[in-house]
Write a protein that binds this ligand. Structure first.
Ligand code: ATP
Length: 334
Protein backbone atom coordinates (compact mmCIF):
# COMPACT_ATOMS: atom_id res chain seq x y z
CA UNK A 1 0.00 0.00 0.00
CA UNK A 2 1.21 3.54 -0.76
CA UNK A 3 -0.27 6.33 1.39
CA UNK A 4 0.11 9.99 0.48
CA UNK A 5 -0.94 12.58 2.99
CA UNK A 6 -0.97 16.29 2.15
CA UNK A 7 2.00 15.67 -0.16
CA UNK A 8 3.28 18.94 -1.59
CA UNK A 9 6.29 19.90 -3.69
CA UNK A 10 7.31 23.43 -4.62
CA UNK A 11 10.09 24.37 -7.00
CA UNK A 12 10.53 28.06 -6.24
CA UNK A 13 7.23 29.71 -7.18
CA UNK A 14 5.98 26.60 -8.97
CA UNK A 15 3.73 24.26 -6.97
CA UNK A 16 4.31 20.97 -8.81
CA UNK A 17 2.37 18.82 -6.32
CA UNK A 18 -0.32 20.44 -4.23
CA UNK A 19 -1.59 18.79 -1.05
CA UNK A 20 -2.19 15.32 -2.48
CA UNK A 21 -3.90 12.81 -0.21
CA UNK A 22 -4.83 9.35 -1.51
CA UNK A 23 -4.05 5.67 -0.99
CA UNK A 24 -2.87 3.16 -3.59
CA UNK A 25 -4.22 -0.24 -2.58
CA UNK A 26 -3.00 -3.79 -3.22
CA UNK A 27 -4.70 -6.30 -5.52
CA UNK A 28 -5.73 -3.78 -8.18
CA UNK A 29 -4.12 -1.63 -10.87
CA UNK A 30 -4.38 2.05 -9.94
CA UNK A 31 -4.03 4.44 -12.87
CA UNK A 32 -2.42 7.80 -12.16
CA UNK A 33 -3.64 10.27 -14.75
CA UNK A 34 -3.06 13.89 -15.54
CA UNK A 35 -2.15 16.11 -18.48
CA UNK A 36 1.46 17.06 -19.24
CA UNK A 37 3.09 18.78 -16.29
CA UNK A 38 0.34 17.74 -13.85
CA UNK A 39 2.88 16.47 -11.31
CA UNK A 40 2.75 12.69 -11.83
CA UNK A 41 6.50 12.11 -12.11
CA UNK A 42 7.25 14.47 -9.21
CA UNK A 43 4.80 12.52 -7.04
CA UNK A 44 6.42 9.23 -8.04
CA UNK A 45 9.89 10.59 -7.33
CA UNK A 46 8.76 11.62 -3.84
CA UNK A 47 7.33 8.13 -3.22
CA UNK A 48 10.80 6.76 -4.00
CA UNK A 49 12.57 9.35 -1.86
CA UNK A 50 14.27 10.87 -4.93
CA UNK A 51 12.66 14.25 -4.22
CA UNK A 52 12.02 15.65 -0.80
CA UNK A 53 8.45 16.88 -0.13
CA UNK A 54 8.02 20.55 0.77
CA UNK A 55 5.18 19.43 3.03
CA UNK A 56 3.17 16.30 3.76
CA UNK A 57 4.20 12.70 3.89
CA UNK A 58 4.32 9.52 1.82
CA UNK A 59 4.62 6.00 3.22
CA UNK A 60 5.10 2.56 1.73
CA UNK A 61 3.36 -0.03 3.88
CA UNK A 62 3.66 2.42 6.76
CA UNK A 63 7.35 3.27 6.26
CA UNK A 64 9.33 5.93 4.44
CA UNK A 65 11.34 4.72 1.45
CA UNK A 66 14.68 5.30 3.17
CA UNK A 67 13.57 3.09 6.08
CA UNK A 68 13.16 0.06 3.81
CA UNK A 69 15.96 -2.52 3.95
CA UNK A 70 16.72 -3.81 0.41
CA UNK A 71 14.08 -1.47 -1.10
CA UNK A 72 13.99 -3.30 -4.46
CA UNK A 73 12.40 -6.26 -2.69
CA UNK A 74 9.69 -3.93 -1.41
CA UNK A 75 8.94 -1.56 -4.24
CA UNK A 76 10.07 -1.82 -7.87
CA UNK A 77 9.79 1.17 -10.14
CA UNK A 78 10.28 2.23 -13.72
CA UNK A 79 10.59 6.01 -13.85
CA UNK A 80 12.91 6.80 -16.74
CA UNK A 81 13.70 3.99 -19.15
CA UNK A 82 16.78 5.77 -20.51
CA UNK A 83 18.33 6.26 -17.06
CA UNK A 84 20.69 3.31 -17.60
CA UNK A 85 24.45 3.53 -18.05
CA UNK A 86 24.67 3.22 -21.86
CA UNK A 87 27.97 1.32 -21.79
CA UNK A 88 26.59 -1.40 -19.56
CA UNK A 89 25.18 -4.63 -20.95
CA UNK A 90 21.55 -5.38 -20.01
CA UNK A 91 22.61 -8.44 -18.01
CA UNK A 92 25.28 -6.53 -16.06
CA UNK A 93 22.92 -3.61 -15.37
CA UNK A 94 20.46 -6.03 -13.74
CA UNK A 95 23.26 -7.98 -12.03
CA UNK A 96 24.54 -4.79 -10.33
CA UNK A 97 21.02 -3.97 -9.13
CA UNK A 98 20.57 -7.53 -7.86
CA UNK A 99 23.90 -7.66 -6.01
CA UNK A 100 23.35 -4.29 -4.31
CA UNK A 101 19.95 -5.44 -3.04
CA UNK A 102 20.79 -8.98 -1.91
CA UNK A 103 18.85 -10.56 -4.78
CA UNK A 104 20.06 -13.97 -6.10
CA UNK A 105 21.78 -13.87 -9.53
CA UNK A 106 19.34 -16.44 -10.92
CA UNK A 107 16.61 -13.85 -10.69
CA UNK A 108 18.38 -11.78 -13.40
CA UNK A 109 17.81 -14.57 -15.93
CA UNK A 110 14.19 -14.93 -14.84
CA UNK A 111 13.31 -11.26 -15.33
CA UNK A 112 15.17 -11.07 -18.66
CA UNK A 113 13.03 -13.99 -19.79
CA UNK A 114 9.84 -12.34 -18.47
CA UNK A 115 10.41 -9.13 -20.43
CA UNK A 116 11.64 -10.93 -23.56
CA UNK A 117 15.22 -9.58 -23.55
CA UNK A 118 17.16 -12.85 -23.08
CA UNK A 119 18.45 -12.77 -26.66
CA UNK A 120 19.95 -9.28 -26.22
CA UNK A 121 21.08 -9.67 -22.60
CA UNK A 122 24.77 -9.22 -23.56
CA UNK A 123 24.10 -6.11 -25.69
CA UNK A 124 24.98 -2.63 -24.42
CA UNK A 125 22.03 -0.52 -23.28
CA UNK A 126 23.03 2.41 -25.51
CA UNK A 127 22.08 0.35 -28.57
CA UNK A 128 18.59 -0.31 -27.23
CA UNK A 129 15.47 1.21 -28.80
CA UNK A 130 13.07 3.06 -26.47
CA UNK A 131 10.85 -0.03 -26.41
CA UNK A 132 13.79 -2.30 -25.42
CA UNK A 133 14.83 0.22 -22.75
CA UNK A 134 11.29 0.20 -21.36
CA UNK A 135 11.47 -3.59 -21.11
CA UNK A 136 14.86 -3.39 -19.37
CA UNK A 137 13.42 -0.85 -16.91
CA UNK A 138 10.48 -3.15 -16.25
CA UNK A 139 12.91 -6.05 -15.68
CA UNK A 140 14.68 -3.89 -13.08
CA UNK A 141 11.38 -3.14 -11.37
CA UNK A 142 10.47 -6.85 -11.22
CA UNK A 143 13.95 -7.97 -10.07
CA UNK A 144 13.30 -7.97 -6.32
CA UNK A 145 9.89 -9.66 -6.72
CA UNK A 146 8.43 -6.66 -4.86
CA UNK A 147 4.92 -6.41 -3.47
CA UNK A 148 4.57 -2.85 -4.83
CA UNK A 149 5.23 -1.82 -8.43
CA UNK A 150 5.22 1.64 -9.87
CA UNK A 151 5.51 2.46 -13.57
CA UNK A 152 5.76 5.95 -15.09
CA UNK A 153 4.29 5.84 -18.61
CA UNK A 154 5.30 2.20 -19.20
CA UNK A 155 3.77 1.87 -22.68
CA UNK A 156 5.88 4.73 -24.02
CA UNK A 157 7.83 3.45 -27.00
CA UNK A 158 6.34 -0.03 -26.98
CA UNK A 159 4.96 -1.54 -30.16
CA UNK A 160 1.37 -2.93 -30.18
CA UNK A 161 2.58 -6.38 -29.08
CA UNK A 162 4.58 -4.75 -26.27
CA UNK A 163 1.60 -2.65 -25.18
CA UNK A 164 -0.58 -5.76 -25.08
CA UNK A 165 2.10 -7.53 -23.05
CA UNK A 166 2.48 -4.74 -20.46
CA UNK A 167 -1.31 -4.52 -19.99
CA UNK A 168 -1.42 -8.26 -19.26
CA UNK A 169 1.63 -8.04 -16.99
CA UNK A 170 0.16 -5.24 -14.86
CA UNK A 171 -3.14 -7.06 -14.47
CA UNK A 172 -1.46 -10.34 -13.50
CA UNK A 173 0.80 -8.57 -10.97
CA UNK A 174 -2.32 -7.08 -9.36
CA UNK A 175 -4.10 -10.45 -9.42
CA UNK A 176 -1.17 -11.83 -7.40
CA UNK A 177 -2.13 -9.31 -4.70
CA UNK A 178 0.54 -6.71 -5.47
CA UNK A 179 0.03 -2.96 -5.45
CA UNK A 180 0.36 -1.66 -9.02
CA UNK A 181 0.54 2.11 -9.58
CA UNK A 182 0.90 3.25 -13.17
CA UNK A 183 0.94 6.72 -14.65
CA UNK A 184 -0.33 7.77 -18.04
CA UNK A 185 -1.81 10.77 -19.76
CA UNK A 186 -3.99 8.52 -21.90
CA UNK A 187 -7.42 7.77 -20.49
CA UNK A 188 -8.04 5.23 -23.26
CA UNK A 189 -4.99 3.26 -22.12
CA UNK A 190 -6.05 3.31 -18.47
CA UNK A 191 -9.60 2.26 -19.36
CA UNK A 192 -8.12 -1.03 -20.57
CA UNK A 193 -5.92 -1.70 -17.54
CA UNK A 194 -6.82 0.20 -14.40
CA UNK A 195 -9.38 -0.81 -11.79
CA UNK A 196 -9.03 2.48 -9.95
CA UNK A 197 -8.19 6.01 -11.07
CA UNK A 198 -6.42 8.90 -9.42
CA UNK A 199 -6.59 12.02 -11.61
CA UNK A 200 -4.51 15.14 -10.95
CA UNK A 201 -4.23 18.51 -12.67
CA UNK A 202 -1.70 21.24 -11.82
CA UNK A 203 -0.62 19.13 -8.86
CA UNK A 204 -4.09 18.96 -7.30
CA UNK A 205 -6.33 15.93 -6.84
CA UNK A 206 -9.25 16.01 -9.31
CA UNK A 207 -10.65 12.49 -8.86
CA UNK A 208 -10.02 9.37 -6.79
CA UNK A 209 -12.55 6.86 -8.01
CA UNK A 210 -13.07 3.30 -9.18
CA UNK A 211 -12.88 2.86 -12.95
CA UNK A 212 -16.43 1.44 -12.91
CA UNK A 213 -17.78 4.60 -11.21
CA UNK A 214 -15.86 6.83 -13.58
CA UNK A 215 -17.34 5.02 -16.59
CA UNK A 216 -20.84 5.07 -15.05
CA UNK A 217 -20.70 8.83 -14.38
CA UNK A 218 -18.97 9.88 -17.56
CA UNK A 219 -20.09 7.80 -20.50
CA UNK A 220 -22.99 9.91 -21.81
CA UNK A 221 -25.01 8.49 -24.66
CA UNK A 222 -26.98 10.55 -27.15
CA UNK A 223 -28.71 10.30 -30.50
CA UNK A 224 -27.67 12.56 -33.35
CA UNK A 225 -30.17 13.48 -36.05
CA UNK A 226 -29.86 15.24 -39.40
CA UNK A 227 -33.10 16.23 -41.07
CA UNK A 228 -34.32 18.71 -43.69
CA UNK A 229 -37.64 18.95 -41.68
CA UNK A 230 -36.05 20.41 -38.58
CA UNK A 231 -39.06 22.37 -37.30
CA UNK A 232 -41.50 19.47 -37.79
CA UNK A 233 -39.15 17.07 -35.99
CA UNK A 234 -38.64 19.51 -33.09
CA UNK A 235 -42.44 19.79 -32.72
CA UNK A 236 -42.82 16.01 -32.76
CA UNK A 237 -40.03 15.56 -30.19
CA UNK A 238 -41.50 18.32 -28.03
CA UNK A 239 -44.93 16.65 -28.20
CA UNK A 240 -43.35 13.42 -26.96
CA UNK A 241 -41.64 15.25 -24.10
CA UNK A 242 -38.16 14.81 -25.63
CA UNK A 243 -35.68 17.68 -25.53
CA UNK A 244 -33.31 18.11 -28.45
CA UNK A 245 -30.43 20.55 -28.64
CA UNK A 246 -28.75 21.93 -31.73
CA UNK A 247 -25.09 21.05 -31.99
CA UNK A 248 -24.10 23.96 -34.19
CA UNK A 249 -23.17 21.82 -37.19
CA UNK A 250 -26.76 21.46 -38.43
CA UNK A 251 -27.44 18.40 -36.28
CA UNK A 252 -29.88 17.85 -33.44
CA UNK A 253 -28.81 15.87 -30.40
CA UNK A 254 -31.04 14.06 -27.90
CA UNK A 255 -29.21 13.11 -24.72
CA UNK A 256 -29.93 9.64 -23.33
CA UNK A 257 -32.46 8.91 -26.11
CA UNK A 258 -32.81 5.70 -28.12
CA UNK A 259 -32.30 5.91 -31.89
CA UNK A 260 -35.14 3.46 -32.65
CA UNK A 261 -37.69 5.48 -30.64
CA UNK A 262 -36.73 8.71 -32.38
CA UNK A 263 -36.75 7.00 -35.81
CA UNK A 264 -40.25 5.61 -35.18
CA UNK A 265 -41.49 8.99 -33.91
CA UNK A 266 -40.11 10.70 -37.02
CA UNK A 267 -41.79 8.09 -39.26
CA UNK A 268 -45.17 8.62 -37.55
CA UNK A 269 -44.89 12.36 -38.27
CA UNK A 270 -43.64 11.80 -41.85
CA UNK A 271 -40.35 13.56 -41.08
CA UNK A 272 -37.52 12.74 -43.46
CA UNK A 273 -34.25 11.84 -41.71
CA UNK A 274 -30.88 12.00 -43.46
CA UNK A 275 -28.98 10.69 -40.47
CA UNK A 276 -29.85 8.96 -37.19
CA UNK A 277 -27.02 7.64 -35.06
CA UNK A 278 -26.32 6.66 -31.47
CA UNK A 279 -23.20 8.08 -29.94
CA UNK A 280 -21.46 7.37 -26.66
CA UNK A 281 -18.98 9.98 -25.46
CA UNK A 282 -15.57 8.44 -24.95
CA UNK A 283 -13.76 8.26 -21.63
CA UNK A 284 -11.02 10.34 -23.25
CA UNK A 285 -13.59 13.14 -23.70
CA UNK A 286 -14.68 12.77 -20.05
CA UNK A 287 -11.04 12.95 -18.93
CA UNK A 288 -10.49 16.05 -21.06
CA UNK A 289 -13.60 17.70 -19.58
CA UNK A 290 -12.31 16.91 -16.07
CA UNK A 291 -8.80 18.17 -16.64
CA UNK A 292 -9.51 21.01 -19.13
CA UNK A 293 -9.28 23.80 -16.53
CA UNK A 294 -5.87 22.55 -15.40
CA UNK A 295 -4.23 21.95 -18.76
CA UNK A 296 -1.12 24.14 -18.79
CA UNK A 297 0.26 23.59 -22.25
CA UNK A 298 -2.16 24.31 -25.09
CA UNK A 299 -1.22 23.67 -28.68
CA UNK A 300 -2.94 24.94 -31.81
CA UNK A 301 -4.48 22.40 -34.18
CA UNK A 302 -3.99 24.53 -37.28
CA UNK A 303 -0.46 25.09 -38.56
CA UNK A 304 0.88 28.64 -38.25
CA UNK A 305 0.36 31.08 -41.10
CA UNK A 306 3.48 31.51 -43.15
CA UNK A 307 4.47 34.96 -41.90
CA UNK A 308 7.90 34.51 -43.34
CA UNK A 309 6.66 31.75 -45.58
CA UNK A 310 7.75 30.40 -48.86
CA UNK A 311 5.57 31.16 -51.82
CA UNK A 312 5.32 27.60 -53.06
CA UNK A 313 4.09 28.69 -56.51
CA UNK A 314 7.03 30.94 -57.29
CA UNK A 315 9.61 29.22 -55.10
CA UNK A 316 10.47 32.51 -53.38
CA UNK A 317 10.38 33.62 -49.78
CA UNK A 318 8.21 36.57 -48.69
CA UNK A 319 7.20 38.32 -45.47
CA UNK A 320 10.01 39.67 -43.28
CA UNK A 321 12.48 39.08 -46.04
CA UNK A 322 10.39 41.30 -48.39
CA UNK A 323 11.04 44.32 -46.21
CA UNK A 324 14.68 43.50 -45.66
CA UNK A 325 17.63 44.86 -47.57
CA UNK A 326 17.38 43.28 -51.06
CA UNK A 327 21.01 42.32 -50.69
CA UNK A 328 20.13 39.95 -47.82
CA UNK A 329 16.89 38.70 -49.40
CA UNK A 330 16.84 34.92 -49.70
CA UNK A 331 15.16 32.77 -52.30
CA UNK A 332 14.09 29.16 -52.06
CA UNK A 333 16.74 28.35 -54.61
CA UNK A 334 19.34 29.59 -52.11
N1 ATP B 1 13.37 19.81 -10.90
C1 ATP B 1 12.42 20.67 -11.23
N2 ATP B 1 12.60 22.01 -11.14
C2 ATP B 1 11.63 22.89 -11.45
N3 ATP B 1 10.41 22.53 -11.89
C3 ATP B 1 10.14 21.22 -12.00
C4 ATP B 1 11.12 20.23 -11.68
N4 ATP B 1 10.55 19.00 -11.88
C5 ATP B 1 9.30 19.23 -12.33
N5 ATP B 1 9.04 20.55 -12.39
C6 ATP B 1 7.79 21.19 -12.80
O1 ATP B 1 6.76 20.61 -12.03
C7 ATP B 1 5.59 20.39 -12.83
C8 ATP B 1 5.19 18.93 -12.76
O2 ATP B 1 6.12 18.17 -13.52
P1 ATP B 1 6.03 16.59 -13.66
O3 ATP B 1 7.17 16.14 -14.52
O4 ATP B 1 5.93 15.99 -12.32
O5 ATP B 1 4.65 16.42 -14.43
P2 ATP B 1 4.07 15.13 -15.18
O6 ATP B 1 2.64 15.05 -14.81
O7 ATP B 1 4.91 13.93 -14.90
O8 ATP B 1 4.20 15.57 -16.69
P3 ATP B 1 4.40 14.68 -18.04
O9 ATP B 1 3.13 13.90 -18.26
O10 ATP B 1 4.58 15.73 -19.09
O11 ATP B 1 5.60 13.82 -17.85
C9 ATP B 1 5.93 20.87 -14.23
O12 ATP B 1 5.44 22.19 -14.38
C10 ATP B 1 7.44 20.84 -14.26
O13 ATP B 1 7.93 21.83 -15.13
Amino acid sequence: MIELSGLTKRYGEKVAVDDLTFTVRPGIVTGFLGPNGAGKSTTMRMILGLDHPTAGDVRIDGRHYHELADPLTYIGALLDAKAVHGGRRAYHHLLCLAQSNGIPTGRVHEVLETVGLTAVARKKAKGFSLGMSQRLGIAGALLGDPRILMFDEPVNGLDPEGIHWIRGLMKSLATQGRTVFVSSHLMSEMALTADHLVVIGQGRLLADTSMADFIECNSRSCVRIRTPDRERLLDALHGAGITAVETGDGLLEVEGGKAEHIGELAARHHVVLHELSSRRSSLEEAFMRLTAPSVEYHARTEPPERPWGADWDTGTWRGAADTADPATKTTAEG
